[in-house]
Design a protein around this ligand. Structure first.
Ligand SMILES: Nc1ncnc2c1ncn2[C@@H]1O[C@H](COP(=O)(O)OP(=O)(O)OP(=O)(O)O)[C@@H](O)[C@H]1O
Ligand SMILES: [Mg+2]
Length: 229
């Protein structure tokens, strides 16, 4: 069965309460992302981009509306069931990287592979290759605290690439990188799209990256609008 859309989000709202205040982050938001599409999402700091990615990936639940991720309606799935649906299908590069501190760079990448069912010796080998691809061979044995921000980001990217996901979410994937490393990462993202048809949903402030995508949407007042910048 082929799925026409990687993501369908209908009438999404997200409100959060802190103290007595209720804050509306997203409101009446609709989005359809085609399989294989490369979508950039832009918007000012605090406009809700990271919150939106968390909802689309099923890491968080909307206050209202429905989200279908790779053909599966996320409503009614609990956290474990959503994680099981994501495993091996969805990769995520967080703004905060979310690497495990007790593990080396190589072990962080290996863990993703092992969770997706790869045996340890093969996972070790593949993790080494993935880290080499992002220029981190010499740092493979370092823990996240022993790495710079940009290096941690590259480990997070290697981990996201590990399972060749059908859909990759990345929150500012080039945000902490110098121009040359950023360009390598962009090449790697688009190569994955070309080779495997991986759908890319990228939050970015990087005009070069946004321009290479099929479509660029801007988050304004809780909704997505076409970006003509
Ligand atoms: N759990 C929460 N409780 C209260 N407010 C929250 C919560 N999560 C996010 N917010 C608020 O929602 C807004 C959107 O946050 P979000 O992190 O999605 O923005 P962003 O567009 O990713 O910003 P940036 O470009 O700085 O990363 C912000 O004003 C933030 O303070
Ligand atoms: Mg953010």
């Amino acid at each position: 069965m082929s799925i026409p859309y990687a993501i369908q989000a209908n009438n999404i709202a997200k409100t959060v309460t802190s103290g007595h205040q209720t804050l509306t982050i997203l409101e009446a938001l609709d989005l359809a992302v085609a399989v294989g599409e490369r979508l950039a999402i832009v918007g000012t700091s605090g406009s809700g981009k990271s919150s939106l990615l968390a909802l689309l990936a099923g890491l968080d639940v909307p206050s209202a509306g429905t989200i279908t991720l790779l053909g599966r309606d996320l409503a009614g799935l609990d956290e474990d069931a959503r994680a099981a649906w994501r495993a091996g299908r969805v990769g995520f590069v967080f703004q905060s990287f979310q690497l495990l501190d007790g593990l080396s760079a190589q072990e962080n990448v290996m863990l993703a592979l092992e969770l997706a069912g790869t045996a340890r010796p093969a996972a070790r080998e593949r993790a080494a290759t993935l880290l080499a691809d992002v220029g981190l061979t010499a740092r493979a044995g370092h823990t996240p605290r022993q790495l710079s921000g940009g290096e941690q980001q590259r480990v997070a990217l290697a981990r996201a690439f590990a399972c060749q996901p059908d859909l990759l979410f990345a929150d500012e994937p080039t945000g902490n990188l110098d121009r040359a490393t950023g360009e390598q990462v962009i090449e790697r993202l688009f190569a994955m799209n070309t080779a495997h048809g991986t759908t890319l949903v990228l939050v970015t402030h990087d005009d070069t990256l946004a321009a290479r995508c099929d479509r660029c949407l801007r988050l304004v007042d809780g909704r997505l609008v076409a970006d003509h910048a």
